[in-house]
Design a binder for this molecule. Structure first.
Ligand code: SF4
Ligand code: SF4
Length: 363
């Protein structure tokens, strides 16, 4: 049984399948043309292939005021929101975050930061004259590993359950090396954010712009650099016995700084775009979730850079507690926030890369 939003996608895809004007814009339309009907799984698959670039809405001759009232980006965005809650594990957390993403992101960051500050105060280790830059004199390394390991482990587990269910419903068939390589290229380049013609997305109006793709790249690669810095710092600690504080010329600091600056530029830009984007081609109800994730990433970069800048000052303990609180909130909400969209989209892109290598039309 289809939901109201799934039924709307089914209706619009039947119109698009007869029209086919937008075939060159993205993977959604060629995947649609391979089908004569649209099951629930097909609808979620197509929804997650869409990057919400808006190009097909601005090109559509059947958009309002035409009686067909076609608005593919909005219809697919609404179903994507259902994907995130349908497949989220546990489901109640997914629905809660979608309705109140921004509030929950801010509240959990503040709550966790306060908890860490309180722990410092109660433990008597809120030493304002703390050893310069030595984070582990404030929070022992093992304690941080235990806390973050538990939260991150839970998030990865919850995400894996959701994506495994999604993948099972998509029933993609056997993957091939070429399909994996092609998908990786599309993910790394964010290919379909070029609007299919290389001109980019529609943001506030009919004009095309590549800024959303650029800001996504800053955010994506900024996040990867920060993550790499953390992994290298752990390797230094456990394998090379090189303890924090790391020198400014060390890889953890260089990569972390570059990643933090990338995240700052990317998330600031994405938030700015989100605030001015034409609401007609999106799903306004998804905004709390979108903004919650962007704000958490933005806070992660701001607090991380502030910690680096003032790590040898008396403010270090406080800055460290705030930064760790934000990062923990980010990790805890990964399976329910906008981070999940990257994983579901990658799965949908891989299915497309697999199925387009087969000739048959699906019924
Ligand atoms: S979005 Fe509009 S123009 Fe594009 S294929 Fe569908 S009906 Fe045709
Ligand atoms: S909004 Fe962009 S990515 Fe989504 S279906 Fe339309 S053209 Fe494709």
């Amino acid at each position: 049984m289809l939901t109201e939003y799934e039924a709307e996608v089914q209706r619009e895809m039947q119109i698009c399948n007869a029209c086919r004007y937008c075939e060159g814009y993205c993977a959604v339309f060629p995947a649609m043309t391979r089908r004569q009907g649209f099951t629930k799984a097909d609808i979620h698959y197509l929804a997650n292939l869409c990057h919400n670039c808006g190009a097909c809405y601005h090109a559509c001759q059947y958009a309002l005021p035409h009686e067909f009232a076609v608005n593919v980006p909005r219809a697919l965005a609404r179903v994507r929101r259902e994907t995130y809650s349908t497949y989220a594990w546990p489901p109640t957390l997914g629905s809660l975050y979608q309705r109140n993403g921004l509030t929950l992101a801010l509240a959990s960051s503040a709550g966790l930061a306060l908890f860490l500050i309180l722990a410092l105060l109660l433990g008597g280790s809120f030493n304002l004259a703390s050893p310069a830059g030595n984070f582990y004199a404030i929070f022992p390394h093992r304690l941080l590993i235990a806390l973050f390991g538990a939260v991150f482990g839970f998030s990865i587990f919850a995400l894996a359950i959701g994506v495994a269910r999604f993948w099972r419903d998509l029933a993609p068939g056997a993957s091939t090396a070429q399909a994996v390589v092609e998908t990786t290229q599309h993910v790394l380049a964010l290919t379909y954010l070029d609007g299919g013609q290389g001109d980019g997305c529609n943001e506030a109006d009919d004009r095309f712009t590549l800024v959303r793709r650029r800001f996504h790249h800053f955010t994506f690669y900024g996040f990867l650099l920060c993550f790499s810095a953390t992994i290298i710092a752990m390797g230094d600690h456990y394998i090379l016995d090189q303890r924090a504080p790391h020198a400014l010329s060390s890889w953890p600091v260089i990569l972390g700084s570059l990643g933090g600056i990338g995240l700052l530029i990317g998330t600031f830009g994405l938030l700015w775009l989100n605030l001015r984007r034409d609401p007609v081609a999106g799903d306004p109800q998804q905004r709390p979730m979108d903004r919650g994730f962007i704000v958490l990433l933005l806070l992660t970069s701001v607090t991380g850079l502030a910690l680096l800048a003032w790590r040898e000052s008396n403010a270090m303990a406080l800055l460290l507690a705030v930064h760790l609180g934000v990062v923990m909130a980010l990790f805890a909400t990964l399976p329910y926030g906008k981070f999940a969209h990257g994983i579901y989209r990658t799965a949908a892109l891989l299915k497309w890369a697999i199925e387009k290598r087969h000739k048959e039309v699906l019924r």
